[in-house]
Design a protein around this ligand. Structure first.
Ligand code: SAM
Length: 226
């Protein structure tokens, strides 16, 4: 019986890979990767000799049918993205869905992802939350922010460093200057940082200290409750 296993990979600190992920990577008949160079570096670090096949984000739809045909001919196929959990703001969803539709067993190992540690360390309620990934860059961005203004659950966004100040300015504009946020930067890396405060305060901080690296923005729900 063929099986697809989605394997999370570290988002910064290589120690975050699990023992089970290493075993599954070793046992796989085939490894599909978002970027084969990134994955080969990871495999080399752990002395895993495996052939890696590209599964591109930009042609995920096109890669799909050939991947499905290959998976059907093997016992264990693995999909990894460059970092974190495949399918979470990364390629993975379409392949998982197609496998489910084709009756192929699908499993995702527990492991690294940026949103959960950022949420839990923010100090905002994490019993219920809403993950929005990256906001649309242009069309639909304002509509989404207006919609999120009403959200009572803690909201999680992924954001790039060069758009962070704009994003915090828009949180201030659409959700109010006093809305509390926590910007989590460079999780599990040397310059890991948490900046907590109102949207206005945190925006002013990053205007003075232009951020680098990878960022998660956590926004307290409306009325500060879940
Ligand atoms: N699949 C990944 C996951 O499971 O979190 C997300 C991939 S998405 C293309 C990359 C975004 O995730 C970054 O732009 C940033 O918003 C967030 N991210 C990834 N690694 C991070 C880290 N070490 N610290 C903070 N945010 C991170």
């Amino acid at each position: 019986m063929p099986k697809l296993c989605l394997v999370p990979t570290p988002i910064g600190n290589l120690e975050d890979i699990t023992l089970r992920s290493l075993r599954i990577l070793k046992e796989a008949d085939i490894i599909f990767a978002e970027d084969t160079r990134v994955t080969k570096k990871l495999l080399n670090h752990f002395e895993i000799q495996q052939h890696v096949i590209p599964f591109h984000a930009h042609n995920e739809h096109r890669s799909l049918q050939s991947a499905i045909e290959r998976i059907k001919g093997m016992n264990l196929a693995v999909l990894v993205s460059d970092a974190g959990t495949p399918g979470i703001s990364d390629p993975g969803f379409l392949l998982a869905r197609e496998c489910v539709n084709e009756g192929i067993e699908v499993e995702c190992l527990p492991g690294p992802t940026a949103l959960i540690p950022a949420l839990v360390a923010s100090g905002f309620p994490c019993d219920r939350f809403c993950f929005e990934g990256f906001l649309p860059h242009k069309k639909g961005r304002q509509t989404k922010l207006i919609q999120l203004e009403q959200e009572e659950r803690t909201v999680i966004l992924y954001e790039s460093p060069h758009r962070l100040v704009k994003c915090l300015g828009q949180i201030e504009e659409f959700m109010g200057a006093e809305r509390k946020v926590c910007v989590v930067r460079e999780l599990s890396k040397m310059f890991e940082e948490y900046k907590r405060g109102t949207a206005k305060e945190v925006k002013e901080y990053y205007e003075q200290h232009p951020p680098k690296g990878e960022i998660v923005v956590i926004i307290e729900g409306k009325n500060g409750k879940n």
